[in-house]
Design a protein around this ligand. Structure first.
Ligand code: ATP
Ligand code: ZN
Length: 285
């Protein structure tokens, strides 16, 4: 039987989350891991451990059928691959940073300046969109030291917390690209491989929907049941079960992470008590 070949970063910021996602999808690749690849024991998948920068090229060339890689790398490499979906990890932003104390009103400040970056393609696109001409210096690592050694006036680099910039006397002034890890695929998958990919995507979706949702149980006085039920979004409608105590019911439903605190407050105001919130492991909608 054919196997789908997945390329993931061999070490670095995306490795742990990539492996974790496979595990949460019930795919076991704990056996037979060597430096280059691993075979899943219970799913038609082979995992290749690669440098993240090479993943788009390998997927274009069908060395790997699919890959998990940062959207920033996909944009930079500009290969013929299809981005299928975001994976919800590896979130970061590509930002302009300038030395502390520099006034940066907007991107026109970059006109005529020297910019150091590891992402020359994304930066060139940005400058072109803004109608700005600037000199781009491509450097592959430690971009944040470039202004300090007089190599550049500004940098464009990946930021998550901003502490690296801070330690190097820089301030983040503008975000030009936001990124997360994405699943990309080769544009000519065989129908058999496409079918395996659909199975994998189904599992990823179940894992991701579960993460964004919580299971909620609460006790409600019967006279406020209508209000409480109307506050709860739920999958279809909430489950309502009478409690042993006269005049009370137990209500079970699901809440989205984003609206969570808002809704909890409304529920309390409507008379809900004993609110219990549980994580969901998988969710098939
Ligand atoms: P490799 O040796 O595989 O080339 P790398 O040094 O290019 O590794 P990492 O620093 O491990 O790569 O980052 C991999 C990806 O993780 C980035 O391309 C980006 O999509 C994402 N990422 C998330 N947060 C950050 C961050 N704060 N800094 C850099 N990358 C981040
Ligand atoms: Zn890299």
């Amino acid at each position: 039987m054919e196997k789908l070949k997945l390329g993931i970063q061999k070490s670095g910021r995306l490795f742990d989350d990539s492996m974790k996602l496979l595990k949460e999808c019930g795919i076991d690749i704990s056996n037979g891991i060597n430096k280059l690849k691993a075979d899943a024991s219970n799913f038609p998948l082979e995992v290749y451990f690669l440098r993240d920068d090479d993943i788009p090229q390998y997927v274009e060339d069908a060395v790997a059928d699919i890959g998990f890689v940062g959207e920033n790398v996909v944009a930079e490499k500009n290969k013929k691959v299809t981005a299928v979906r975001g994976l919800g990890f590896g979130k970061c932003r590509l930002s302009v940073a300038v030395p502390k104390g520099v006034q940066y009103p907007n991107s026109s400040w970059l006109q005529g300046k020297k910019i150091a970056t590891s992402y020359p393609v994304v930066v060139a696109n940005f400058l072109q969109q803004q109608g700005i001409q600037a000199e781009i210096h491509e450097i592959s690592g430690s971009v944040e030291i470039a202004p300090g050694i007089g190599l550049a006036d500004a940098i464009v680099d990946l930021v998550s917390s901003g502490s690296t910039l801070f330690m190097n006397g820089l301030q983040e002034v503008e975000t030009i690209f936001t990124s997360e890890a994405a699943l990309i695929k080769n544009q000519q998958l065989t129908p058999e491989k496409e079918a395996i990919l659909q199975k994998l995507l189904f599992r990823i979706q179940a894992v991701k929907s579960a993460k964004n949702n919580k299971y909620i149980l609460l006790n409600a006085p019967n006279h406020s049941l209508d209000t409480i039920v109307s506050i709860l979004p739920g999958l279809k409608s909430p489950t309502v079960v009478p409690l042993a105590q006269e005049g009370w019911s137990s209500v079970h439903s699901m809440l989205n992470e984003n609206e969570f605190w808002d809704i909890i407050e409304q529920l309390k105001a409507a008379g809900a008590e004993g609110i219990l919130v549980l994580p969901i492991e998988k969710l098939i909608l």
